[in-house]
Write a protein that binds this ligand. Structure first.
Ligand code: DGL
Length: 258
């Protein structure tokens, strides 16, 4: 079926997930919503994150989306349960990749960089208790990072200072895995590689989300059987140039006031 997959994030970060989906499912049509006007979600109370997630979902459902990808760790960990209860469409969420990092660590110490909203969520605590009980988990709120990315200041000196400060306690604890628990952060990998020693591996959940999207579409008979080039539409309610830049120039972003 050729109805689009709907994808939303608090802003431009979820494009890192869209790219994984586009790579794995190139014939699926997609609609991406960047709610940049309300970013960051990570500092907001849970009821507000739920209200914003509902608004995004309803917009995408009005566009006849067959499945919704919540391309935001903060919205997933705070709102996906409610969304699944309230709307009759499959939802795919994203959570920090604590489990693979905890299984693979040799130093028995991992770092997690995420928003305050994700790190304080029940779902995050549940996953951490379940899989990382016997290892050291250094949690770090990425305060200030998302607004800089939303302003197109990915490579600024301010960004470098944030990352230097945030990585220090992790390096002192001898982590060998850094989990990126926010969909904006994969865009920081080049900068992080300059700060982290070679033995520290960086992981995120983007590829797993794309695989799960394919699995759920297949299971529900929702895959698009067309071999035509897909249609991919990107909307932002602020700074659509920043969104377009992250898409690498091949796609346009439209302004939409939602
Ligand atoms: N991209 C988001 C995430 O994965 C949220 C960033 C924010 O709005 O605070 O958590």
């Amino acid at each position: 079926m050729n109805n689009p997959i709907g994808i939303f994030d608090s802003g431009v970060g979820g494009t890192s997930i869209w790219k994984e989906i586009y790579t794995l499912l190139p014939h699926e049509n997609t609609i991406y919503l960047a709610d940049s006007k309300h970013a960051p979600y990570g500092d907001k109370p849970q009821d507000e994150i739920i209200a914003l997630s509902r608004k995004n979902t309803e917009y995408l459902l009005n566009k006849n989306c067959k499945l919704i990808v919540v391309a935001c760790n903060t919205a997933t960990t705070n709102a996906i349960k409610t969304l699944r209860e309230d709307y009759d469409v499959p939802f795919i969420g994203i959570e920090p990749a604590i489990k693979p990092a905890a299984l693979k660590t040799k130093t028995k110490a991992i770092g997690i960089l995420a928003t305050k909203g994700t790190l304080s969520s029940e779902l995050f605590h549940h996953t951490t208790n379940l899989f990382a009980n016997d290892i050291t988990v250094i949690e770090q709120v990425g305060e200030g990072i998302v607004p800089l990315i939303e302003n197109g200041q990915l490579n600024s000196l301010e960004m470098k200072s944030f990352l230097d400060v945030y990585m220090e306690p992790m390096l002192n604890a001898n982590i060998d895995y850094l989990v990126l628990g926010c969909t904006h952060y994969p865009y920081l990998i080049p900068q992080l590689l300059k700060i982290l020693p070679k033995h520290v591996k960086i992981i995120d959940s983007g590829e797993a989300v794309a695989r799960q999207t394919k699995f759920i579409l297949t299971k529900n008979g929702l895959l698009n059987s067309s071999e035509k080039e897909s249609e991919n539409v990107f909307y932002s309610n602020q700074n659509q140039e920043v969104l377009a830049n992250l898409l690498g120039g091949n796609f346009k972003a439209k302004f939409l006031d939602f």
